[in-house]
Ligand binder design. Structure first.
Ligand code: FES
Ligand code: FES
Length: 159
């Protein structure tokens, strides 16, 4: 077992984990952060995307021990990262809701985490920028049209 200390959604966590434990397993199984989901477990789908020190990563592709000393934000802590009122959604979450950027919602946490990072890098993306920036995130339901629309709509709001 290896000792790790990290910050998850603003809370300091100190724990003992097996060195082979994936970050996604740690978040879900040890911290109960089940908003981060597993779609493929092979770094293809992006459903498990979280932020590690503010940059999006596929948490099925990162070991929990690699997060030692770092800051992790999940979909469950995202709303608190912007200056909204208590209980308010993050603007990107709000855009997905408004533009119907989801059907079953399975891919949505990862899509939103990826979109937030994309918009931080490029606050004024074209449709092509959005499609390219989101290509590591797969959705089985929407045909992507409304997802792209949601990200562009969020760009308007967070610009
Ligand atoms: S579960 Fe991590 S990329 Fe699919
Ligand atoms: S909304 Fe169902 S997988 Fe994307």
């Amino acid at each position: 077992m290896t000792r790790i200390e990290l910050t998850v959604d603003g809370s300091k966590v100190s724990d003992e984990v097996e060195p082979r434990m994936l970050l996604v397993q740690y978040l879900r199984e040890k911290l109960g952060k089940t908003g981060t989901v597993i779609g493929c477990d092979t770094s293809n789908c992006g459903a498990c995307t979280v932020h590690l020190d503010g940059r999006s990563v596929k948490s099925c592709n990162v070991l929990a021990v690699q997060a030692n000393g770092h800051e992790v934000t999940t979909i469950e802590g995202l709303a608190a990262t912007h200056d909204g009122a208590e209980g308010e959604l993050h603007p990107v979450q709000e855009s997905f809701r408004e533009c119907h950027g989801l059907q079953c919602g399975f891919c949505t946490p990862g899509m939103i985490m990826q979109a937030v990072d994309l918009l931080e890098e490029n606050p004024n993306p074209t449709e092509e920028d959005v499609r390219l920036g989101m290509e590591g995130n797969l959705c089985r339901c929407t045909g992507y049209h409304n997802i792209v629309k949601s990200v562009l709509h969020a760009a308007g709001g967070v610009r």
